[in-house]
Design a protein around this ligand. Structure first.
Ligand SMILES: NC(=O)c1ccc[n+]([C@@H]2O[C@H](COP(=O)([O-])OP(=O)(O)OC[C@H]3O[C@@H](n4cnc5c(N)ncnc54)[C@H](O)[C@@H]3O)[C@@H](O)[C@H]2O)c1
Length: 252
């Protein structure tokens, strides 16, 4: 245990897309600091692999697709019934069009809609579920953006639009909820070693390293630590911000 052990004791944390990568690392981080953690992911088999099984009584897992509003509502109901109202929401789920990503002149509206659904609407819908009780009790919302939005990565116009949408959503909601002791912030990672990274060619990985001042690709735990900070009491006066976690690739 770190010196931060117990920092989130008694707090209820909900994380979307948490069977792998950044979401899983964040779930483990919150569990290690005493929180009760609820996670949803469409690849439920990943929970056993990456969250050390599902036996911890402070861990609630649910398999389901976050782009389905009814599934998110069911997840929220389960969390409240088992742990009580959500104190900390990490809207992590999202992705690019991946193999369907294209230069804009060849891109398809069906893919834009998918990317906006999974990367922006999930965050809005899940926030809509927790905000009524957070307005009464205080809370933390952390939304997943990407430095791809700020850099404007070519070939990812839909993803950049969704992740920039996250930043606008974060700022507006932060202003609305600040009087209610709720902070709303975004994290914007650069290159992080997750499954998406594993799909890149060695040449692309070298190019990323060369354009990253820090010169290396970070781990999911590097993002989890920043998410935990934004969720903590230490960050109570930080709201509406977007924290870049990208080794200096973009600076604001
Ligand atoms: N890895 C990076 O370099 C990087 C950089 C910037 C932003 N991000 C963002 O971080 C977030 C997490 O990505 P990651 O890199 O950890 O990816 P990952 O693939 O390792 O993990 C994403 C998880 O989300 C789940 N998921 C995907 N779509 C889902 C859906 N519709 N419903 C339920 N679960 C779903 C997947 O099954 C997976 O477990 C994403 O929003 C991504 O855009 C990642």
């Amino acid at each position: 245990m770190t010196s931060d052990a117990g920092r989130f004791s008694g707090k209820v944390v909900a994380i979307t897309g948490a069977a792998h990568g950044i979401g899983a690392a964040s779930a483990l981080r919150f569990l290690s600091e005493g929180a009760k953690v609820a996670v949803i992911d469409r690849e439920g088999e990943g929970f056993a692999e990456n969250l050390g099984g599902t036996t911890d009584d402070r861990l609630l897992t649910m398999a389901g697709d976050c782009t389905d509003a009814a599934v998110l509502a069911e997840f929220h109901q389960h969390v409240v019934a088992r742990f009580g109202a959500v104190d900390i929401l990490f809207n992590n789920v999202g992705q690019s069009g991946r193999e369907r990503a294209a230069q804009f002149h060849e891109s398809e509206e069906e893919v834009w809609r998918f990317v906006l659904e999974v990367s922006l609407f999930t965050a809005m819908r899940m926030s809509r579920l927790v905000v009524p009780s957070m307005r009464e009790r205080g809370g933390r919302i952390i939304n997943m953006s990407s430095d791809a939005a700020l850099v404007g990565d070519a070939g990812l116009a839909d993803y950049a639009a969704a992740k920039m949408g996250i930043i606008g959503f974060t700022r507006s909601l932060a202003r609305e909820l600040a009087p209610h002791r709720v902070t709303v912030n975004a994290v914007a990672p650069g290159a992080i070693r997750t499954r998406a990274h594993d799909r890149l060619t060695p040449a692309v990985i070298e190019r990323i390293k060369a354009t990253t001042p820090a010169g290396f690709i970070a781990e999911p735990e590097d993002v989890a630590g920043c998410v935990a900070f934004l969720a903590s009491e230490d960050a109570r006066y930080v709201t509406g911000q977007t924290l870049l976690i990208d080794g200096g690739r973009w600076m604001i």
